[in-house]
Design a protein around this ligand. Structure first.
Ligand code: ADP
Length: 409
């Protein structure tokens, strides 16, 4: 485009030199030619801009140039369920990424070589012939327990699609729930059966024996107390489980909790001749939480320490402040005893509901097995942590870490 005015300009200068053009005409013609050059260069600029925009548009468009097939493949690969395309010979002709990750290199392999479920081939045949979806549930125990639900979907030309869903977590939760119900029923039934038995005796063989009656009534009272403690622990546990996601927000002075514990005399501690050391710490900052709940935690650990420590030994409760730039710091409450201890391989289990160590049962120490489960849930709710250090026959230390209270901005 610029070529024409440039050519015009050269021609005008030549005409002037060969005296074919007057100076004034040369000036006028040069000005009009210059204007022409200016507009020509503008048009040139616009052309380059348009070219660049078109190129940009093509680049962006080419990265979005997704065929519906690409999209479907990506979708299938994103799905967490295992999807397998089975051909008419029951071999795998395709699989999504989740299936490849789980089963490994399976393309071209026979289905029964890696899913060994007795009814599977029958279900596939029914699905093929009747053209309906078929369903199957199965579990495997190795390497770990897993539970699956499988759907067979008929496709064209005797091919079928298998969709395998992993329901292990759901199944485990179901098991936990039913174990829990079984445990509760068992724990409540034992004292109840005992109360019923003694009642019957009082009405029959011990009808005229006031001394035996008094003895049986005392046992019945103990059993009823046991039931009461269990029910109250269960209620505590279910309350705390429901609130676990809401972190309590009050300013709590842990020293006040230690003071309250100090004030109440402990009958069992006296009976066992224990030396109780409850040591407050003036420099301990406030923690974020709920006073009553933190009290429940410390009371539980304190009761356990007294219960599981040896006669004439020492039980200590003390506080430590922990500087931590990441978490803005924490306070730890230490409850230490010199008791029966917990075997190393059982430490991680003692916070499970109803779990009692063989050691505790052997020593005939009474308990529900719910206290530490409650403690753990309350600490979780406070976004804290429970640390357990223990040595068999030497003693245990339970450490509760709680975040300090700092004003939120
Ligand atoms: P329990 O009512 O049986 O004391 P917990 O839930 O409080 O139930 O504790 C669970 C189990 O952890 C106890 O049965 C016991 O085996 C063990 N345990 C708890 N605290 C101590 C401790 N201080 N020393 C030794 N073992 C303990």
């Amino acid at each position: 485009m610029l070529i024409i005015p440039i050519f015009n300009f050269i021609l005008l200068v030549l005409l002037f030199f060969f005296e074919k053009l007057e100076l004034i005409s040369l000036v006028i013609l040069c000005i009009s030619n210059g204007t022409l050059m200016y507009f020509a260069s503008k048009i040139e600029d616009q052309k380059t801009k348009i070219k660049k925009n078109t190129a940009d548009f093509n680049v962006t468009n080419s990265s979005r140039a997704f065929t519906s097939e690409d999209l479907e493949n990506q979708l299938i690969n994103e799905i967490e369920d295992y999807i397998l395309f089975i051909n008419s010979f029951n071999a795998i002709s395709a699989a999504n990424q989740a299936a490849k990750n789980y089963y490994g290199d399976i393309i071209g392999k026979d289905l029964s070589s890696f899913i060994r479920v007795p009814d599977l081939l029958d279900k596939i045949e029914i699905s093929r012939n009747k053209r309906i979806n078929e369903y199957l549930e199965f579990d495997i125990n190795l390497p770990t327990y897993s539970f699956f639900r499988l759907t067979v979907v008929p496709l064209s030309q005797k091919n079928v699609l298998l969709v395998v869903k992993d329901y292990t977590d759901v199944k485990k939760a179901e098991r936990l729930r039913s174990d829990f119900v079984a445990n509760v029923s068992h724990e409540l039934k034992t004292p109840l059966v005992s109360i019923k038995g003694f009642l019957e005796t009082i009405y029959s063989s011990a009808k005229d024996d006031p001394i035996a009656q008094q003895k049986f009534i005392k046992i019945m009272q103990e059993q009823a107390n046991k039931m009461e403690i269990l029910i109250s622990d269960l209620m505590s546990l279910s309350r705390i489980e429901m609130q676990e996601h809401v972190q309590p927000n009050s300013k709590v002075n842990v020293n006040e909790i230690l003071e309250s514990l100090q004030k109440v005399p402990n009958k069992m501690a006296e009976k066992k001749g224990l030396d109780i050391k409850i040591i407050k710490n003036k420099t301990t900052p406030f923690v974020r939480g709920n006073y009553d709940k933190i009290f429940e935690v410390v009371q539980n650990l304190y009761d356990n320490a007294i219960k599981y420590t040896k006669d004439n030994s020492v039980v200590e409760i003390f506080l430590k402040n922990n500087e931590d730039k990441l978490t803005k710091g924490s306070v730890s409450i230490h409850v230490k005893d010199q008791g029966i201890g917990i075997p190393k391989n059982e430490i991680h289990r003692v916070t499970e509901r109803f779990y009692r160590t063989a050691n505790a049962k052997k020593n005939l120490i009474q308990g529900t097995g719910l206290g530490l489960a409650i403690v753990k849930h309350i600490i979780n709710q406070h976004r804290g942590d429970l640390e357990i250090n223990s040595r068999l026959n030497e003693g245990s230390e339970f450490i509760v870490h709680l975040p300090i209270y700092e004003k939120k901005n």
